[in-house]
Design a protein around this ligand. Sequence first.
Ligand code: PEP
Length: 254
Amino acid sequence: MRTHLVAGNWKMHTHPKEGLALVQEILSGLGKAESEVWVFPPATHLSLLAEPLAQSPVKLGAQNAASAAQGAYTGELSVSMLKACGAQGLLIGHSERRQLFGETGKVLNQKLERCLEEDLTPFLCVGETLEERESGNHMEVVRHQIEEATEGFDGEALQTLVIAYEPVWAIGTGQTASPFQAQEMHAFIRRVWAKKFGESAAEKIRILYGGSVKPENAAELFGQTDIDGGLIGGASLKAADFLQIVQANPHYDL
Ligand code: PEP
């Protein structure tokens, strides 16, 4: 069975001390988590959070990294630097990176390579815009994003990869995909994965839903067959909300 996973993407919010207080609150309310839990704070917080989180079941990730391994790239941070500061995973291709910073499939493919070289868990984010959904192109868009990002890798190399399906129109808008819309896309992504990497890899890959997940809608979304958890933006900044979402694990009682 796939382990349920809930991850918080803090985006460019909180200062380091506020981030520390937030993880302390999360840790004190977590109890016996039946899910895998990750937080993705700003890179400036990694070293500070690495120590309290090292003694805990919560894993630490980075929101972005350079596509190059090192060199004259002023202002950039390499995957190995982030790993040295405590990152165990990396978000790749969040729609804000694609849309606001022009990240292309080719660049994301390079970031994935850097991530795998350093043994970090890649979280590949995919998702269509409203226009793409309304024109009926949403599935092809997502298929193309997966194919571009994973080009040249085999299923074995991608064993640890997690996919986050985040419809762009649902991110930070309060408008959530319906459980039907989300399940339909998640099942499609699993079929795309099966075709590329085989049935067994597709059965194992975790596909998270992201886009205005809140305590009120998490259980219904997470109850869908192909939804293995969530990538949470806004609601991950309040410990109580994030914890309620973590606890909305449909396998909790099994
Ligand atoms: C995100 O940015 O990954 C996200 C899902 O944001 P929100 O939950 O705020 O829609």
